[in-house]
Design a protein around this ligand. Structure first.
Ligand code: IPE
Ligand code: IPE
Ligand code: MG
Length: 249
């Protein structure tokens, strides 16, 4: 099927899993897998832009990943700094607006400064919104949003929570991909993935390429998103749905 015949998800979210296994298969240290994962991510950003995806959100480091061996954790922090230095100029050239989503308080001052600089230097770009979830957990986001509302004395509704979430600047993901073969969410976008289409790939993240993305988009395109309605209510099978939520009845 030609790519133009497909319905392209507005927001793609990815759990980039399998770096460690990719390295292990090659008798390399785990951090070599993470390095290769950065290259796969850079290619994925470009592929998303070419395909007309408006928002890409990736899971790079979870609230739970702190419990890994300390050399892997510090290697990942170093890699983040290196990746920013290497990738931000080309993100700027390509019109990518970068956001880091997660609890920054546990990150080193150096990392925190790097994140702020990368965000501010790409803030005016409009072609693709690229969210990197780092020290992120879906439960963290729900809890911090509820705490924010409680502190302001505001009532907790779905709408006020939506606006208080760390991902409030983007619509909910249409397509949520997990690479690496595991069939779980691992605390990613618990609130926002309520109606996302899920796609699980056996491919390890460092090997996930444009052809794999196309397969995921083709699978998405063949799904019928019903948002709780019946099939008959939807009319055209490929009719566009609001990605965020259905309009009020
Ligand atoms: C995902 O790859 C990247 C991070 C969690 C930082 P993994 O490191 O989890 O790779 P596997 O699952 O061990 O292969
Ligand atoms: C999820 O992968 C987190 C990221 C990809 C950053 P994990 O490898 O941490 O997930 P589990 O431990 O297999 O559930
Ligand atoms: Mg993993």
């Amino acid at each position: 099927m030609a790519i133009s015949a497909l319905s392209v998800p507005r927001h793609v979210a990815i759990v980039m899993d399998g770096n460690g296994r990719w390295a292990k298969k090659r008798f390399l240290p785990r951090i070599a897998g993470h390095k290769q994962g950065v290259d796969a991510l850079s290619a994925c950003v470009k592929a998303c832009m070419v395909r007309g995806v408006a928002v890409l959100t990736v899971f790079a480091f979870s609230s739970e990943n702190w419990n890994r061996p300390s050399d892997e954790v510090s290697g990942l922090m170093d890699l983040l700094i290196l990746a920013l230095a290497k990738q931000v100029p080309s993100l700027n050239t390509n019109g990518v607006q970068l956001h880091f989503v997660g609890d920054r308080r546990r990150l080193s001052k150096k990392v925190q400064v790097g994140l702020v600089q990368a965000e501010s230097s790409t803030a005016a770009n409009q072609r693709l919104i690229f969210n990197v979830c780092f020290n992120y957990g879906g439960r963290w986001d729900i809890a911090q949003a509820a705490q924010k509302l409680a502190d302001r004395g505001e009532s907790i509704t779905e709408q006020s929570m939506d606006q208080a979430m760390a991902l409030a600047h983007v619509p909910d993901p249409d397509l949520l991909i997990r690479t690496g073969g595991e069939l779980r969410i691992s605390n990613f976008m618990l609130w926002q993935a309520a109606y996302s289409e899920l796609y699980f790939s056996e491919r390890l993240w460092p090997e996930f390429g444009a052809a794999d993305l196309d397969e995921a988009i083709a699978a998405y395109s063949a799904r019928e998103r019903r948002f709780g309605l019946t099939s008959a209510q939807l009319g055209e099978p490929n009719s566009p749905f609001p990605a965020k939520r259905l309009p009020d009845a």
